[in-house]
Write a protein that binds this ligand. Structure first.
Ligand SMILES: Nc1nc2c(ncn2[C@@H]2O[C@H](COP(=O)(O)OP(=O)(O)O)[C@@H](O)[C@H]2O)c(=O)[nH]1
Ligand SMILES: [Mg+2]
Length: 197
């Protein structure tokens, strides 16, 4: 956790995943903004902030919303820095976005090293019952998350959401913030023993 000039704390997390899976919509829903039906591709990077309770402090939570297009890879690289949480999103009705999920973690790893607490989100569950092609199941999402946790030893949870109906969005962020604050507290505790800042 970083201190700003005015002494207040900030924490940062980054939204990653293919284009059009709903990253911006998830962020908007979390911030209480209305759902937009059309897709306006995020250009480069967007930022949103919210005040949240974090280890008994009110802190500024910064969410980086990165453009998913491969052409923005260089732009994205800067924004991973200093993030202590990841929100990885795919859409349940877009199998390719699920297949690409591990590529996103590889990109994050390239830029951050060992990964911070991560929430893996299967979004657009409201579309599952309408879908004509086969959707990614909750079991597949959970299995992917478990493989990831085991392989990289990262605290991670899997949740399914709808940014349209708002289902599970707040819960997903609460889980992420809990993992992030646990990690932060563990760090503080270990620095007491080692004397490291
Ligand atoms: N039905 C439905 N549509 C969604 C959901 N989330 C996003 N969308 C739509 O999917 C498109 C892409 O969303 P956007 O948030 O811009 O995706 P991003 O590129 O990942 O930021 C938009 O047309 C949204 O309205 C959802 O949970 N359900
Ligand atoms: Mg976007």
């Amino acid at each position: 956790m970083k201190d700003q000039d005015d002494g207040s704390k900030i924490i940062k997390a980054v939204l990653i995943g293919d284009g059009a899976v709903g990253k911006t919509s998830i962020r908007r829903n979390y911030l209480g903004e209305e759902f937009i039906e059309g897709h306006l591709a995020t250009i480069g990077v967007d930022l949103a902030t919210k005040r949240v309770l974090f280890n008994q402090d009110v802190v500024k939570f910064i969410l980086w919303d990165l453009a998913g297009q491969p052409t923005f890879e260089k732009v994205r690289a800067n924004y991973y820095h200093g993030c202590t949480g990841i929100i990885l999103v795919y859409a349940v009705n877009d199998r390719e976005s699920f297949d690409n999920a591990s590529k996103w973690l590889v990109e994050a790893y390239k830029n951050m090293g060992p990964l911070p607490p991560t929430i893996i989100i299967g979004n657009k569950i409201d579309l599952r019952r309408l879908a004509t092609s086969d959707c990614v199941t909750a079991e597949e999402g959970q299995a992917f998350a478990e493989r990831f946790i085991e392989k990289l030893e990262v605290p991670a949870v899997f949740r399914e959401t709808s940014a349209k109906t708002g289902e599970n969005i707040d819960g997903a962020f609460t889980e992420l913030l809990t993992m992030m604050s646990d990690r932060d507290r563990d760090k503080d505790r270990s620095s007491i023993f080692t004397g490291q800042p």
